[in-house]
Design a protein around this ligand. Structure first.
Ligand SMILES: [Zn+2]
Length: 56
């Protein structure tokens, strides 16, 4: 099942969108993006929680 993530779902003014087959691959892609572009730390539990909720 293909999953989708969009930064706008986090309330960020960003056009980034990602599609991936699995959650592992998805998290890797999102982590790299939010770390470099949004200066957020994906290792923080509250950040992880938000990311997981935003994955559709
Ligand atoms: Zn973004």
């Amino acid at each position: 099942m293909v999953k989708t993530f969009r930064c706008v779902d986090l309330g960020l003014p960003c056009q980034f969108e990602m599609r991936a087959e699995g959650e592992m691959e998805m998290m890797k892609g999102i982590e790299g993006h939010i770390r470099t572009i949004h200066a957020m730390n994906p290792e923080l539990p509250e950040v992880r929680e938000k990311l997981k909720k935003a994955i559709k």
